[in-house]
Ligand binder design. Structure first.
Ligand SMILES: Cc1ncc(C[n+]2csc(CCOP(=O)(O)OP(=O)(O)O)c2C)c(N)n1
Length: 581
C-alpha cells in the first residue's frame, strides 16, 4: 500500500517532497530505489527509519508493512529469488535491524539478491548506547556481501544505489545500508542516478579459453559424465544453456537443492536432487561419475556428505563466479571462473564431441528403476504427506511456485513435487531457517502475481511466522499455505529416533492450535484434512479460493524422510529406511 492510500493523519509532519524534488538524504534514498526500478518494499516502521518512510509517502513504490522484520527480510529474499531483482527490506535501528538478521544470513548463505535499509541513531549518538542503538554494521558484517554506514546526506542516495547494484551483480547476495537519522534528515539535492557498482568491482564474465578447451576435452572423453547444476545456474539465468548442453550431449543432470528447477525433473536425463535427502539415483550418479561438470555450486556439506567419499573417481570441472568457492570444499581439477551462463556457452562451443556414454545412461536408468521415489499410502493409514504434496502438484500449473519452511515437509516438497521451471522453488537452503515459509510466500506472490503460489510448511515452522498471515489478508494475496501437521518438529524427532535412542526431548507438541481456525481469525480461509477422502476436495477449494488459505493437513506423525545420507556420510551408502542407517 503506498503512502497515499494509507490513512496518514492529515496534520502529520510529512515531507512536502514530491517526485522530482530531492531535499533530504531520505529523498535521495527513495529516489535511488526508484531509479533502480524497485516496485515493492517490505518493512516495519520505527523511530530511526521514520525520515525514510516519510520520504516514501509520495512514492509510487508499494510498501508492504510486515508484522515482524524477520518476515520483511524473508519476503524480500523470496521476491529476489522469484523476480531476479534484489528484494528490499527496511527496519528501524536496534531491534528492527536485529530482527532482520536471520533473513540477511539466509540470503547470504543462498546468494540471494537482497538489500536491507536500516535506520540508525543520529551520528553524534553512535557509541553512547543511545535508545535502540545497535552496531548494525558490526552485527551484519559477516553475513553481508557489502555493508556501509552512510555518513553524508548528499551521498547517501548513491550508497543505496551502489548497494542495490552490488546485491545483483557478480555472485549475488545481501547488502545493507545503515542510515543514521541525521543523515536521512539532512539536506541533499543531487539525484543519485542509476545504480552502479564501483569501478573497481569487476566480477569475471568468461573463463580463460584455454581452460575451457581443456575442460571440454576432458568431458568429451568421459565414460560416466554428470552435470551438477547448482543455484548459481538459476541466479545467472543459465538454465536454458544448461538444458541445451545436457540434451545436446545426453549427459544426466543432478541438481543441488538451490538448483532445483534449473533442469526439468520430468526429462529423462534428470536425476533430480542429490545430497542428504536426494534421490538414490542422483546420489549413485554423483558417487560413480568419472567427470562432474559442477556449475554454480559451493559444494555444501548437505550435498557432499563426507568429502573423502564425494565423487571419489571424478575429474571435477567447477564453473563458478566466485573464485573463493573454488577448491574450498571439493578440489576442482578444472576451475572455470566466470558467469555460469557465459561459461556454459563457451563450453558448448568448445565441446569437440559428445561423450560416448550409452552404458552409463543405461546404468543410471537402472538406478532409477532400483531406487524409485515412492511411499506406502494405505487408505486406512493417516494421510501421508507425500500424497498431499503430489495432490497439489497435480492440481496446479507447471510454473506454480513452491515455498517452504524448514524440516521434513521441506524435503517432501523437494522430493514429491516435479519442478520444471527455474525460480519456482523458494526455500531456505544453507541457513535452514524455520519460519521462512509464510513471509516467503508473500514475497513470491508479489513477484509473480499471475502464478499459483503454494507453501508447504511444518507446524513448528508455521508457528514461528504465522502472524504474517495478517499481511497476506490485508494485501489480499491469492496464496495457499499447506501445513503438513505432524504435531512435532518432525525432522528433530526423526533424528532422535535414528541417533538419540528414540528419546523425544522437546520435539513433540502435546497441544497445538487448530491452524484452520487460526487462519480464519486472521481473516484467511481455513481448511482441514484428516483423511484421504478429503484431500481432493480440499485441494480444489483451497486453490480456488481467491485470497490466502491455510490447509491444516493432519499427516501421519510417524512418517520420515528417506532416502537419507547421514551427516558426513557417503552418498553412495544412502539409507532407504531407519534400519539401514
Ligand atoms: C529457526 C530454527 N530453529 C531450529 C531449527 C532446527 N530444526 C530443523 S528442522 C526442525 C523441525 C521443524 O519442524 P516443523 O516445522 O514442524 O517441520 P517438520 O520437520 O515437522 O516437517 C528444527 C527444529 C531450525 N532449522 N530453524
Amino acid at each position: 500500500m503506498s503512502g497515499e492510500q494509507a490513512q496518514a493523519p492529515q496534520d502529520a509532519e510529512t515531507s512536502e517532497t514530491t517526485t522530482g524534488d530531492i531535499e533530504t538524504g531520505a529523498d535521495a534514498v527513495v529516489r535511488a530505489l526508484e531509479n533502480a526500478g524497485v516496485e515493492h518494499l517490505f518493512g516495519v516502521q520505527g523511530g530511526a527509519i521514520m525520515p525514510v518512510y516519510d520520504a516514501l509517502y509520495h512514492s509510487e513504490m508499494d510498501h508492504i508493512t510486515m508484522a515482524h522484520e524477520q518476515g520483511a527480510a524473508h519476503a524480500a529474499d523470496a521476491y529476489g529469488i522469484v523476480s531476479g531483482e534484489p528484494g528490499v527490506c527496511m527496519a528501524t535501528s536496534g531491534p528492527g535491524a536485529t530482527n532482520l538478521v536471520t533473513g540477511i544470513a539466509d540470503a547470504n548463505m543462498d546468494s540471494d539478491p537482497l538489500i536491507a535499509l536500516t535506520g540508525q541513531v543520529p551520528t553524534e549518538f553512535v557509541g553512547n548506547d543511545a535508545f535502540q542503538e545497535t552496531d548494525t554494521i558490526g552485527v551484519t558484517s559477516p553475513i553481508t556481501k557489502a555493508n556501509v554506514f552512510a555518513n553524508d546526506s548528499e551521498t547517501v542516495g548513491t550508497d543505496v544505489g551502489t548497494a542495490f547494484a552490488l546485491a545483483k551483480r557478480g555472485r549475488q547476495g545481501p547488502t545493507l545500508v545503515d542510515l543514521p537519522k541525521d543523515v536521512t534528515k539532512g539536506d541533499a539535492s543531487e539525484d543519485p542516478g542509476t545504480p552502479e557498482t564501483p569501478d573497481t568491482y569487476n566480477p569475471p564474465e568468461t573463463a580463460e579459453p584455454e581452460a575451457v578447451a581443456e575442460a571440454a576435452d576432458v568431458l568429451a572423453e568421459a565414460d560416466r559424465p554428470v552435470i551438477l547444476a547448482g543455484g548459481g545456474v538459476i541466479k545467472a539465468e543459465a538454465s536454458e544453456e544448461i538444458r541445451e548442453f545436457a540434451k545436446e550431449h545426453e549427459i544426466p543432470v543432478v541438481t543441488t537443492m538451490p538448483g532445483i528447477g534449473a533442469f526439468p525433473e520430468d526429462h529423462e536425463l534428470s536425476l533430480e536432487m542429490a545430497g542428504m535427502h536426494g534421490t538414490g539415483y542422483a546420489n549413485m550418479a554423483i558417487t560413480m561419475t568419472d567427470c562432474m561438470l559442477a556449475v554454480g555450486t559451493r559444494f555444501d556439506d548437505r550435498l557432499t556428505g563426507g568429502l573423502e567419499t564425494f565423487a571419489p573417481d571424478a575429474e571435477v570441472i567447477h564453473v563458478e563466479i566466485d573464485p573463493a568457492e573454488v577448491s574450498k570444499n571439493v578440489e576442482a581439477d578444472y576451475p572455470l571462473i566466470g558467469d555460469a551462463k557465459a561459461v556454459t556457452k563457451q563450453l558448448a562451443t568448445a565441446m569437440p564431441r559428445s561423450p560416448a556414454c550409452d552404458e552409463w545412461r543405461e546404468q543410471v536408468q537402472q538406478w532409477k528403476d532400483e531406487y524409485p521415489m515412492d511411499y506406502a499410502a494405505p487408505e486406512d493409514d493417516p494421510v501421508k504427506p507425500q500424497y498431499v504434496v503430489e495432490a497439489f502438484d497435480n492440481a496446479t500449473d507447471d510454473d506454480a511456485i513452491v515455498t517452504t519452511g524448514v524440516g521434513q515437509h521441506q524435503m517432501w516438497a523437494c522430493q514429491y513435487w516435479t519442478y520444471k521451471e527455474p525460480r519456482t522453488w523458494v526455500s531456505s537452503h544453507g541457513l535452514g531457517a524455520m519460519g521462512y515459509g509464510v513471509p516467503a510466500t508473500i514475497g513470491a506472490k508479489l513477484a509473480a502475481p499471475d502464478k499459483d503460489v503454494v507453501c508447504f510448511d511444518g507446524d513448528g515452522s508455521f508457528l514461528m511466522t504465522c502472524q504474517e498471515l495478517s499481511v497476506a489478508v490485508r494485501e489480499n494475496l491469492d496464496i495457499t499455505i499447506v501445513v503438513l501437521n505432524n504435531a512435532a518438529i518432525g525432522m528433530v524427532r526423526q533424528w532422535q529416533d535414528a541417533f538419540f535412542g528414540e528419546r523425544h526431548m522437546a520435539s513433540e507438541y502435546p497441544w497445538i492450535p487448530d491452524f484452520d481456525t487460526l487462519a480464519e481469525a486472521f481473516g484467511a480461509r481455513g481448511f482441514r484434512i484428516d483423511t484421504y477422502e478429503e484431500v481432493e476436495e480440499v485441494v480444489e477449494e483451497a486453490l480456488a479460493y481467491d485470497g490466502p488459505s491455510v490447509v491444516d493437513a493432519h499427516i501421519d506423525p510417524g512418517e520420515n524422510v528417506y532416502p537419507m545420507v547421514p551427516s558426513g556420510g557417503d552418498n553412495g551408502q544412502f539409507a532407504l529406511s531407519e534400519d539401514q542407517l
